[in-house]
Ligand binder design. Sequence first.
Ligand code: BES
Ligand code: MN
Ligand code: ZN
Length: 507
Amino acid sequence: MTALTLSTAAASGLRVDAIVVGVAKGAKGPVVAPGAESVDKAYDGKLASVLETLGATGGEGEVTKLPAPSGFKAPVVLAVGLGTVPEKDETYGTDALRRAAGTAARALSGSKKAAFALPAEDAEDTGAIAEGALLGAYSFDAYKENGSAKGKDAKGPLGEVALLGGKPRDKAYKAAVERATAVAEELNRARDLVNTPPNDLNPEAFAAVATAAAKEHGIKVQVLDEKALTKGGFGGILGVGVGSDAPPRLVKLSYTSSKAKKHLAFVGKGITYDSGGISLKPAGHNETMKCDMAGAAAVFAAVVSAARLGLEVNVTGWLALAENMPSGSATRPGDVLRMYSGKTVEVLNTDAEGRLVLADAIAKASEDEPDAIVDVATLTGAMMMALGSRTFGIMANDDAFRAAIHDASEEAGEPSWPMPLPEHLKKGMDSPTADIANMGERMGGGLVAGLFLQEFVGEGITWAHLDIAGPAFNEGGPFGYTPKGGTGTAVRTLVRLAERTAAGDLG
Ligand code: BES
Ligand code: MN
Ligand code: ZN
């Protein structure tokens, strides 16, 4: 992955491919952002007007390249738009910096090294720039020309970033860069897992990746295979996986800290491919369904991040892995499954499979009596309809916990919005045959799915459900630090939640 360093060097003497500066949208045209004073000076203080002549406005996402001033060792200055100039006494904020750094890193793919001179006020800002650069420099080349980043179409990510103005000897700056590196590396690995084609990433393969990483980072790992799942009575996970030649798995990852006072359990939906099963998805709705394990990938990345950061909180990750396929052995609409919790579920639609695997994993996770359970899932098209493709929905059985997760997501720069769990929608899941059906009213389908999951949460346990169906997979063009394809959404929210919990912020 891209290497990061903090540097106090002057921009002029750096042998890099480009110097990155910030430009913002002022009332009377573009304004050069702080951090680039020496660069501006080398243009005789005319950088803003040069940029204006070139058509730059300072708008977010804008990239303008110009020849470096004479005397500079670097050939190019790249000005990245930061959006509107902040009000007096306010700063650009971590979110704008993270996105601008990502845009710049993307624009520099194929380059060896760049120096970033963006307006960082403190260690937190520097951490955000580091995170944005590492996330923006992502590329998925494993399937291009013999897996080489040098393939015809693949330029490969920016190799190295020097953060100018950073304080290499300051503890807070060093910690911020270390944190950004650990989280971005694990998040990019989650993206890789989402992008890996489903013929190569089945439940067994995912479990193997998780097992190897867990061993590397001192995380305890337990994998329940189809035999163990049968013995344990995991009817939901088995019912979803039974139509596939690749059998299901339930992976438990346990990170523990000797200083922990709290225990969080994260549960991820890990459908390595969702064809819909016998309720087969029509063509046009299944091309991207390798992304249906993005929840499990996010949980995996968050647990490994917590371990790498040595957070003083216990974090258990549950990966509910299955492939949803139609076949002669597949679950039929009309079948009744006996779930791990003992409840029976009438499967009315085999495409509502995520809630079935999650229900078993949530019930199992409840046995440890964690302080809270958070499940993460690409659960419903309805949530995508409601919130669009960049915002995930949060449902919970506790208002304060839902608000805490929303706060954590805002701090992390991952858009989310609180959603309700209206009791009256439960009626739609009444089944004449079983305790509950796996489908209810079409309207409010995302909330219906949340209400279904709530039935499997252990008594008295605080629980939240993140429906990431919209932001998990970017079908449009890249923006900011978000690439096309797998995005790694929810990783940073979970890590932030774990950090806040470790700090005692959650009671
Ligand atoms: N994995 C899908 C949800 C999804 C849709 C994720 C689009 C990402 C993008 C889920 O398993 C599903 O098929 N849900 C159904 C539920 C319905 C049958 C009750 C849906 O949303 O249509
Ligand atoms: Mn489905
Ligand atoms: Zn699904």
